[in-house]
Design a protein around this ligand. Sequence first.
Ligand code: AMP
Length: 285
Amino acid sequence: MLVCYTKHELRQALTELRVHGSVGLVPTMGYLHEGHMALVARARAENKVVAVSIFVNPTQFGANEDLSTYPRDSERDLQILRDAGVDVVFTPTAGEVYLLDADTHVETGYLSRVLIGRIRPKHFRGVATVVTKLFNIFQPDRAYFGCKDYQQLTVINKMVADLDIPVEVIGIPTVREADGLALSSRNVRLTSKNRAAAPVLCQSLDRAEVLVAGGGATVHSVKKEILDLLAGMPSGVVESVDIRDAGTLAPMRGRIASAAVVLLAVRFESVLLIDQRVVTPSNNR
Ligand code: AMP
């Protein structure tokens, strides 16, 4: 496995590797877990060359967010990727990625302002910009993202379509702990009390899925059930409960008659956990 620290090294490595066939890219912020590795496994199955980036992107963190405390373990990450048969890893510093006088950004409009975009105003601009840069640096055929970060996946799909970026974006289902908690690098920062409370996010999504599948559920009734379930948490503050059109993230009203996405954000002290589920009515009664 080649480990590259500069764009120049990476471009050279990929020029040689690309002759073997398609390149699949998995962008990550490191501190790898089984969720990331599901993306890597899919990339390995679908491409001749698997490339992974490990970069905690400062521009997607707000001033009071957890950039400085974001968990990192580079040696462990590299060993995990080696064991998974990854071909090339890019693990740059922020100074390597961004020019000091950078003055260009990529931003989706509506999709970046709603939901998590309201809680984290510059977040999706940082994500869209760094993903564009990674696409330009790696020039992959395919790129793999988790459905757990549903809004992020929607932003990237829209950006790729709007800007004619020649990369196939593939969404991978969320990998969970046995009790339903979505795997996340941030989970290690949950106190034991908060860790015990956290599976309620997944339980709320399970309930929403059942309600919507039964037909006749309304946005209001599903939200109310979720809020009631979340109100029983011994800790945690509900930041948002949203039900939106699964394709456009436009707000929905009244009866849920088409595919919707339920998006939850709950803060456990300094750790913001998010989770999502696409729910579909099985009939239109
Ligand atoms: P991160 O390192 O948190 O930026 O995540 C890198 C990629 O892995 C993103 O596309 C995430 O959506 C994806 N990812 C994170 N957690 C999971 C999970 N539990 N299951 C599947 N994909 C995940």
